[in-house]
Design a protein around this ligand. Structure first.
Ligand SMILES: NC(=O)c1ccc[n+]([C@@H]2O[C@H](COP(=O)([O-])OP(=O)(O)OC[C@H]3O[C@@H](n4cnc5c(N)ncnc54)[C@H](OP(=O)(O)O)[C@@H]3O)[C@@H](O)[C@H]2O)c1
Length: 308
């Protein structure tokens, strides 16, 4: 039950509910102080300990994250690994977003080379552009699927209207967007459409960039400028409640938060990022937290922060 597999949309892809986010694997353009060997060690540790679904993107190091993953997976059974990657940023100017069919098809081919594999499990359009008809963009990926180059089609950072436009022919399997216990908009904006259309949802920033690990305190509010001081204080209060619950499981705040996401039927796959292998080793233990329905409910209530 704990490591049961869930399907991704209508596709043949199945995955355990916990995987690895890899924007700190080779993502030098986003996090300048990264070392490639740490990234490779993070991926190896994940694969060795059962986090076999990897979420990457061209944008993470402009191909470097995919290259590091491609090198590491040569020593593993490819069929046991699920690789999700994304594209939309033009290499000559990554600020330019392109969803044109020709660009997406070329991006799939380039990602296959960097990943040193002959198929991609989940391919996302990373961001929407303004120009391309979204149904045509997805149809291009469907052609790549028919050629066996990818298995599931995803869109990321799309508004509900853009998702609907992309999904006119029921070709979208999965949506990836910002969601965490302190950023729950998707529950009302996206889930009511995704559920009946059997589109899976993958939340990014599940640990809210480290805040939901419980390692930050009242003096660290400046790291999280997106929250007012009042909301930041309310979040810390909710985390303190999780810490109490975690003690009952001899687990950490992070492990219990990840277990909450895994127990949430609206979330298909949780992809916490990691900078170091020891974080992966900590996070994978979330599989072993037998969160009770009562504790699930308590955490749900603790993070009803709408009025703050
Ligand atoms: N589709 C999109 O547009 C999009 C956007 C953003 C992210 N993503 C994907 O979503 C994934 C998750 O997002 P994210 O990695 O940015 O944020 P996150 O999962 O919310 O937070 C991950 C960060 O928290 C810290 N951390 C993780 N485990 C920890 C532990 N056990 N103890 C202490 N600290 C820990 C690490 O950062 P420090 O060590 O630096 O504190 C880690 O990099 C990404 O890796 C990426 O694959 C997708």
């Amino acid at each position: 039950m704990k490591r049961r597999l869930v399907p991704i949309g209508h596709s043949s892809v199945t995955t355990p509910k916990l995987g690895l986010g890899t924007n700190k694997v080779g993502g030098h353009n986003l996090f300048p102080e990264l070392a490639d060997q740490d990234g490779a060690a993070v991926v190896k540790t994940a694969l060795d300990h059962g986090l076999t679904t990897l979420d990457t993107a061209y944008m993470y190091g402009l191909g470097r994250s995919e290259e590091i993953i491609g090198d590491v997976i040569q020593n593993y059974n490819r069929e046991k690994i699920v690789i999700a990657t994304k594209a939309a940023h033009r290499p000559e100017d990554p600020k330019k977003i392109d969803n044109s069919p020709a660009f997406l098809k070329a991006s799939v081919e380039a990602a296959l080379k960097r990943l040193q594999t002959d198929y991609i499990d989940i391919f996302y359009i990373h961001f929407p552009d303004q120009a391309t008809d979204k149904a045509e963009a997805v149809a291009a990926l469907d052609q790549m699927r028919q050629q066996g180059k990818l298995k599931a089609i995803g869109v990321s950072n799309f508004s509900l209207a853009e998702i609907k436009a992309a999904n006119q022919a029921d070709l979208v399997d999965v949506v990836e967007d910002h969601y965490s216990l302190v950023h729950r908009d998707a529950e009302t904006t996206l889930f009511p459409y995704l559920r009946p259309h059997q589109i899976s949802f993958v939340p990014y920033f599940p640990l809210e960039s480290g805040l939901l690990t419980g390692k930050y305190g009242p003096a660290d509010g400046a790291h999280f400028k997106q929250f007012s001081s009042k909301r930041y204080a309310a979040i810390l209060k909710a985390i303190a409640q999780v810490r109490q619950i975690a003690q009952g499981y001899q687990a950490t705040v992070t492990q219990v938060i990840l277990a909450w996401y895994m127990a949430n039927p609206d979330l298909a796959l949780i992809i916490p990022g990691a900078r170091q292998p020891n974080q992966v080793l900590q996070n994978v233990k979330a599989f072993d937290v037998p969160l009770t329905p009562a504790d699930y409910h308590k955490i749900d209530q603790a993070f009803q922060l709408d009025d703050v």
